[in-house]
Structures are given as C-alpha cells and as structure tokens.
Design a protein around this ligand. Structure first.
Ligand code: HPA
Length: 269
C-alpha cells in the first residue's frame, strides 16, 4: 500500500508543480461550497487521480483542490469516501495517507451529523472533542511502520490547542459553539430511536457516518486534527432523517464553519 500512496502523491506533485500543502481539509456533506472560495491554483477530480476511488454520493463533487486560504497553502477534499459506499477502510482513508505524503502538518475535518445531546439545535456547530468508533478500524492489517506505530495512542486525538484556538475565535466572531463526542457508525441507515438512545448512553453527543476513519489514520501519522460537526438533525426528536435536509442545513451552518476554519488556518504556526 505504501507504494500506491507514494505513486499517487508523485502523480499529484507532478500535476500541481510541487505545490506543497501545509494543511489538509476534508469537507463533509453540504460543506463543499467552502472549497469554491479557496484561492485555487490546481483542482484535480478524484476520477483522474490514480489510486483514488470515485465518489458516489450526491452532494459530493469529488475533487481535490490545491490553493490558498488566508495566504496558507491548503489541499481540500471537496467530498470524501464513505464506508457505506462499499469502499474498504483502506480506500476511505487513502486520501489522508496521500495528503501526509504531500506534506500536510494539520488536518481539518468536517461533517454533517445528527445531534443526540438534547441541548443541541439544528444548525449548531459542534467542535469534536473526542470520538467513539463503531466502524471497522482502518488500521486493521499489517502496520505500515514507516508511517506510524502498531498501537497508536488516541489521547489528544482532537488537538487541545486547536480546540482552544477555535474557542477564542468563536468568541471574537460571536459564533456559538457546542462541544462533544462524535459517534461514527457505518450507515447508510440513520439510527433507530433506540440506537440514538444507545449512542447517548455510551457518551455520544452527535452521530455520523464518516470522519472517524480519516482521523484515526491522521493520528496514526501524528498529524494534529481539528474537527467540526454541523448538526443537521436532532436524533432524539420525532423528525426523520433526510439526506436533502442534511445538505441544506450543512450549507447554512457551513458559512459559520468557514469563518472559523479561515481564522484558525490564518493563525496556525
Ligand atoms: N445519523 C447519522 N449520520 C448523520 C445523521 C444522523 O442522524 N445526520 C447527518 N448525518
């Protein structure tokens, strides 16, 4: 797999004339508009990247964007790969491996999720403080010792100093933030009421179908991670989950998330 990762990174380096991104960003469902406002230098569709799977979900454009945000070099994934699409965990996390080879020093992740903390409201931004993984672990299999340890530590999985930076910026910008634990399940079904209650009982605040695999792989490689969930529905209310609604709510809250990400990126060391 390491050879594949290096081959894909070399292809991208050739295509982008060695544009060396400092920061990787993964944009979740409904949050892709942010990518359109990046000062883009290069954009490559996933289908044209050797080794990449092709995104199948509506609302995900499926391209990698190389450009600048507040003068900092970033690579953004407009759309991600989900386990529920039928990809292996290695495929789902392959782009993060490639971004590391390209030189990223930070990973920013975002997603749409269902609130299970009853104080959350639709449209809230939740800073991810920790996660519970209910998917297969992407590190199962031979360990790539060149990239990280066999038994990676998961303390400080979501970087505490980045969370503190977010809190400060949110105060300055008058952005309301929630904080909580993201529970990553396989999907593609939304949770039953009993499952939402179960997620709450085990310590979850929001439920989703992504993010956890990418974060595990980033932490395997010691990359500091910052994550935000946009709360697009409240699981313990009587409303049913709806993919279009998830996209709509994502778009609205995405504007606030963009302000947060931009200022954080600007201030990164
Ligand atoms: N559950 C799982 N994934 C989701 C949800 C949810 O309620 N809302 C948006 N993504």
């Amino acid at each position: 797999m390491l050879e594949e990762i290096k081959k894909t990174a070399a292809f991208i380096q050739a295509e982008t004339r060695d544009f060396a991104p400092e920061i990787g960003i993964v944009l979740g469902t409904g949050l892709g508009d942010f990518a359109d406002r990046i000062d883009t230098k290069f954009a490559i569709e996933y289908k044209n990247i050797p080794g990449f799977p092709v995104s199948t979900v509506e609302g995900h454009k499926g391209r990698m964007i190389f450009g600048e945000i507040e003068g900092r070099r970033v690579v953004a994934m407009q759309g991600r790969f989900h386990y529920y699409e039928g990809y292996t965990m290695q495929q789902v996390t392959f782009p993060v491996r490639v971004m590391q080879q390209l030189g990223i020093r930070y990973l920013f992740v975002s997603n749409a999720s269902g609130g299970i903390n009853t104080s959350f409201r639709v449209g809230d931004l939740m800073v991810i403080t920790d996660h519970i993984n209910l998917m297969p672990n992407p590190l199962i299999g031979p360990n790539l010792a060149e990239l990280g340890p066999r038994f990676p530590d998961m303390h400080n999985c979501y970087d505490k100093s980045l969370i503190a930076a977010a809190t400060k910026i949110a105060e300055e910008e008058n952005i309301k933030l929630q904080y909580g634990v993201y529970v990553g399940g396989t999907g593609p079904t939304f949770e039953t009421q009993a499952e939402y209650r179960y997620f709450k009982a085990i310590g979850g605040d929001a439920a989703g179908m992504s993010t956890v695999p990418e974060v595990i792989v980033a932490r395997h490689m010691s990359i500091p991670v910052f994550g935000v969930s946009v709360i697009t529905n409240c699981g313990l209310s009587d409303e049913v989950g709806d993919h279009e609604d998830v996209q709509r709510q994502g778009k609205k809250a995405g504007v606030r998330m963009e302000v947060l990400f931009r200022k954080m990126i600007k201030n990164l060391k």
